[in-house]
Write a protein that binds this ligand. Sequence first.
Ligand code: CP
Length: 312
Amino acid sequence: MQFERKHILDMESLSAEEITFIIDTADRLKEISRRPVKKVPTLRGKTVVLFFYEASTRTRSSFEIAAKRLSADSISISKASSSMVKGETLIDTAKNIEAMNPDIIVVRHSSAGAPHMLARLLKTSIINAGDGMHSHPSQALLDIMTVREKKGSVKGLKIAIIGDISHSRVARSDITGFTKMGAEVVVAGPPTMIPKGIESLGAQVADSSDDAVKKADVIIMLRIQKERQNSFLYPSDREYSKIFGLNRERMKKAKKDVLIMHPGPVNRGVEISSELADGPYSIILDQVTNGVSLRMALLFLISGGIRNADTD
Ligand code: CP
């Protein structure tokens, strides 16, 4: 298939065929990261700007590594190191970046819809690296890639997403992405952290975290997004951990071949015990590894794929 998209903004706008094509491309690019010299000339001469208005470890570094492995030039701009601290608006900052002719701007912003707005206002390709509580498409794509790699297929699997669903862009993008790929998604967590109408995205709400764990082929644990909550939504970390956290006791109810995932950052001892985060069911670091090739695929495809690649 020909990938014709200029932007990657959310999972809603990607078809199952496009998701498969992106992940197939990422699978093919993965071996580059295993070479002694981890670099190909494919995006030589292209410029990627990483514009991160919010903190990030995994997304930012993997986009940067992905750009470098494809020989693109990349620069990073954070809120703290930009003139936004002097009062410059997001739009003015973005227009000034665009005036320097980058090919792709990767944006993370605390406001939902910021990347969509930039995609409307600018001519440059935009990749959403996480916008507020709305969407995190590259995370959902790497999650689907990792499950497909480990289980062979996503279709028919039961995916349990447990934790702070309300404030999680990963939850929204994973629900949309996994259901598009034919999986069944169940969510669980404190009632104060399950948004009304979540069923409209295609997820079912489990009766309890035990119930969600028992039936799941894949368990995705989420941290409590305290930075996005403006009131106390649970009594204490200890109580949360006991009722909703993944620990040795709760895992006794899980299937023998279950996979444990987490988008990170992990709050050990709250949503998941260290023993399970580091244990044999955990594929948390596989997600991070796949994040590089998945983001290489996005940069490659958004740049026009093989048509615009440097093949020297
Ligand atoms: N999963 C994720 O978005 O992690 P970072 O916030 O570290 O990028």
